[in-house]
Design a binder for this molecule. Structure first.
Ligand SMILES: Nc1ncnc2c1ncn2[C@@H]1O[C@H](COP(=O)(O)OP(=O)(O)OP(=O)(O)O)[C@@H](O)[C@H]1O
Length: 232
């Protein structure tokens, strides 16, 4: 059986506007990968397509050999929690997740809640922006999945919590999984990522191993990103 994530020729448009063009990406299991690109380039759209939330694309997405919509059982992605009410407590939402997803691990959720200093009795609407993002990380990493998607997970989180989360991100996921993270701050993830995917104008302009960017190009991922962005 094929393993890992293989995206072939994804094209997607919305309201007659071309958003993603000929997207081809391959990620083996065990990798932590960042998705980089300017505002509006299509990072969230791509994550929603992978999770089967956005339909109407052409091309194929193969996750561990599964190409139909069943793959969504192997993907853990929590978008903006808009389906929940601001008066819902975090405990209520966790309870909902536990019933909605057979792969939800309560023990892990409990550990992550403690790690993030979040409280079951807090209401969603009372959370600050950063604490809401921490809660999205809790929900995402509490499921046993093959592919974890985090969409700009740290943008509102303070530097101390950020350091703590980044340095322990790997311990929350199993070895045979993929973590795909979109970010505008690649420098802070640089030490822990295996590879990076660079998007521009709805296309993949490069996918590179971090190790080869350092050894072959002598650049940091951030500097390589600037270079490849200007060249394309
Ligand atoms: N519901 C929608 N209807 C129409 N166009 C949309 C919709 N959602 C997103 N788009 C468009 O799709 C494109 C890609 O948006 P997307 O949110 O995927 O970008 P992004 O790379 O995640 O951006 P950012 O870095 O700002 O989060 C944008 O041009 C956006 O205007």
């Amino acid at each position: 059986m094929e393993t890992g994530l293989k995206i072939d020729n994804i094209n997607y448009q919305k309201l007659n506007k071309k958003i993603l063009t000929d997207i081809n990406i391959e990620i083996p299991l065990g990798q932590l990968v960042v998705l980089l690109g300017e505002n509006g380039v299509g990072k969230t759209t791509l994550m929603r397509i992978i999770s089967d939330l956005n339909k109407g694309y052409t091309g194929t997405i193969n996750l561990n050999g599964i190409t139909d919509e069943k793959r969504k059982m192997l993907v853990s992605y929590s978008d903006s929690l808009l389906a929940f009410n601001n008066r819902d407590t975090l405990g209520h939402i966790l309870n909902f997740y536990q019933h909605a997803y057979p792969n939800f691990k309560s023990q892990r959720a409990q550990e992550l809640m403690t790690f993030m200093n979040l409280n079951y009795a807090q209401r969603l609407g009372e959370l600050s922006k950063g604490n809401r993002e921490k809660f999205v990380i809790v929900l995402t990493l509490s499921r046993k999945a093959v592919l974890y998607l985090l969409d700009e997970p740290l943008s509102g989180i303070d530097i101390f919590s950020r350091d703590k989360i980044i340095s322990s991100l790997i311990k929350w996921i199993d070895d045979d999984t993929i973590l795909l993270v979109s970010t505008h701050h690649v420098n802070e993830l640089e030490q822990i990522i295996d590879s990076a995917i660079f998007l521009k104008n709805g296309k993949v302009i490069a996918q590179r191993d971090v190790e080869s960017i350092r050894s072959d190009d002598g650049l940091s991922v951030q500097d390589y990103y600037r270079q490849v962005h200007l060249e394309n």
